[in-house]
Ligand binder design. Sequence first.
Ligand code: UT7
Length: 326
Amino acid sequence: MTNRGGIITGWGVSLPDRIVTNDELAKTLDTSDAWIQERSGIRERRWGGTVASLAIAAGSAALQKAGLVPTDIDLLVLATSAPDQTFPGTSATVQEGLGLRCGGFDVQAACSGFVYALTTAHGFLELGLQRVLVIGSEVLSKIFDPMDRTTAVLFADAAGAMVLEAVPGEGQLLGFDLGVDGSAKHILYKDNDGFVRMEGKEVYRRAVRAMVESSKVTMERAKLTIDDIDWIVPHQANLRIIDAACQRLHFPMDRCSQTVQWIGNTSSASIPYSLSGELDAGNIQPGDHVLLVGFGAGMTWSSAALRWGGVVREGGHGPNNARFMR
Ligand code: UT7
């Protein structure tokens, strides 16, 4: 680690207006509200918009929360699995829409994408940038077959954004773990001209294992134990996966963010969406340790441990705070 770190100073989310209930899906698919809730926890989801439009709305809200204007941002990192075009990156449209004057690029690590983007952003802060906007945005409703009940009931659309600002010292990020195992890429994929294909059971099995193992690696690197963790904000794919991972980590579900019931699986948007919700609700307080953990196609996995509100350094001057820097 260098002598510069990052802290999150703003956050925001965006959802399409259209709510799609399980009962609505059961009108066209051989499925039911009972099956979807029992197997995934999902009650409803949102469909609509573009990756760029959702990202712009979430990014704008995050800038406002941070008290910044677009020209304050030094870099945009956009995580998405469903870019609006193959190229240019959707980050180009988001840059234009937000009026940013900086570099920008897309990160593609499927549902693990947000933590990949967040840790990438930290690297740029260590290199000297001051403020990075990190967004996870997905419109998965355009990449699955609406008549395939094994995927159509799960995936959905949303965006979540975080502003990351440089501070002297360690910052919020205490440790992280990124991984990919390409030997399993055939269990969840989308060819250029096809729809998403998934071996759900195998993804499920590997997801629980990856979440638990990656969480342990990150906690060890951050010199934390599970007893030190105040909140887990996991990727929201399936309530049963989250529950199984929490059980194996011996962590209470009531301190684990749960939004999948209302938004479905929104891939790289799910962690920033859920983290924003916990922050807005005041559930995460300064000094709390927060574990972010995701998994997805690749198979990829990613986790990061944050100490919310910055750190009090030895002989320090209280919690780091971006305003403190200006
Ligand atoms: O973001 C990361 C990527 N994705 C995931 O993390 C998803 C991981 N996997 C899962 O969440 C779960 O495996 C699913 C929710 C996809 C499926 O739950 P499951 O308990 O593993 O069910 P299953 O695939 O074993 O299917 C059980 C039965 C099958 O019928 P048979 O063979 O027992 O007769 C399926 O054909 O349920 C059937 N089925 C459905 N029935 C009603 C599959 N999809 C549906 C459906 N409605 N939508």
